[in-house]
Ligand binder design. Structure first.
Ligand code: ZN
Length: 333
């Protein structure tokens, strides 16, 4: 997702709401349609014009030869050692040179692979640049499927055109794939129908590091991309999968937010379970989405968790609209 470009979205939505209040009902639908179309355009322009010149890439050591890089977009994982270097996710295209420079400060090793945790542009935007520099892009099959075709993120009223061929993953997997590099076994493990339908969590089995991608938002309520096959049940299953791989000394890199550990992941799982139960209890009573939002079932949690990217009404909507529990629950490994 272009997860953290929410400012222009909120502006666009505010526009729609305020215009809807001042015009009469007969004109409202036509007006809304044109406004939504305009919002799409404005959002596209805002994205194209986002200024990355002030973004700096910060590197934080996670383990020997493993770093977390933060700039704008999803957290990047970096591994380097005797076999070269590889990245987990690559943020936005305009940041590729800065990311390459940050890597160069830590290692002279060639970036041989980029593993994408999912298809959203704040995690895959650099694919074309890194691919052209010689990296092999690795991702779940559904990442390739979504990136190679036009996508609509209806929740944000946003169209995402197909990525150029050079940005697409060239090595894709269904269940899991393991890179035997830099003295470690690094597995990308698919977690079905979680943040999207193409998520992978990345496990360094020897270094005891997990990169959770956007299955784990360590900044309050998560974005669940129901339009891309995500859902609350798969999200909780995915976090539980991460917990099965972790112990008390595991370092956990979230998709967004600060580096944390198993306890942080447990707290997030417990938050998700509470949210799920409170929203779906109302749905089971026959309440509509609008009625469920009006009841504010997450009110006690909103001050702590609903102030960053995703707000209370939005997390309620994601959970309410999530598909039923899927049959293909992740297997233990
Ligand atoms: Zn995402």
């Amino acid at each position: 997702m272009r997860c953290l470009q929410e400012d222009c979205q909120i502006d666009s939505r505010s526009l729609v709401v305020s215009f809807a209040l001042v015009i009469n009902p007969d004109e409202r639908i036509t007006m809304l349609k044109s406004l939504i179309a305009g919002s799409l355009l404005l959002t596209g322009v805002a994205q194209a014009q986002q200024d990355f010149s002030s973004v700096t890439i910060r590197s934080e050591q996670v383990a020997e030869g493993i770093y977390m890089l933060q700039g704008s977009g999803g957290n990047i994982g970096l591994s380097f050692g005797e076999d070269g270097a590889f990245l987990i996710d690559d943020q936005y295209a305009p940041l590729s040179d800065k990311i390459m420079a940050a890597v160069k400060e830590l290692t002279d090793g060639e970036i041989r692979f980029v593993i994408n945790t999912h298809w959203h542009g704040d995690h895959t935007g650099g694919n074309e640049n890194f691919g052209n520099s010689g990296a092999v892009i690795v991702a779940h099959d559904n990442v390739h499927q979504r990136m190679s075709t036009d996508q609509v993120m209806a929740f944000f009223g946003r169209e995402v055109p197909a990525a150029p061929d050079a940005a697409l993953p060239v090595l894709t997997f269904n269940d899991r794939v393991t890179l035997r590099l830099n003295g470690d076994d690094v597995s990308a493990i698919h977690t079905p129908h979680a943040h999207t339908d193409g998520d992978a969590i990345i496990h360094f089995s020897k270094a005891n590091v997990l990169h959770m991608g956007d299955v784990f938002f360590n900044i309050g309520y998560p974005f669940i991309d129901v339009d891309s096959g995500g859902g609350i049940h798969g999200l909780i299953d995915a976090v539980n999968k991460g917990l099965m791989l972790a112990n008390d000394t595991t370092k956990v890199i979230p998709g967004h937010g600060p580096l944390t550990d198993r306890a942080g992941l447990i707290a997030y799982r417990d938050l998700l379970v509470t949210l799920r139960d409170s929203v779906l209890a109302l749905k089971a009573q026959g309440k509509s989405l609008e009625e469920t939002i009006a009841i504010k079932p997450t009110a006690a949690l909103d001050e702590k968790n609903g102030q960053a990217f995703i707000k209370a009404d939005q997390i309620v909507t994601f959970i309410f609209n999530s598909p039923e529990q899927m049959a293909d629950k992740p297997r233990s490994h």
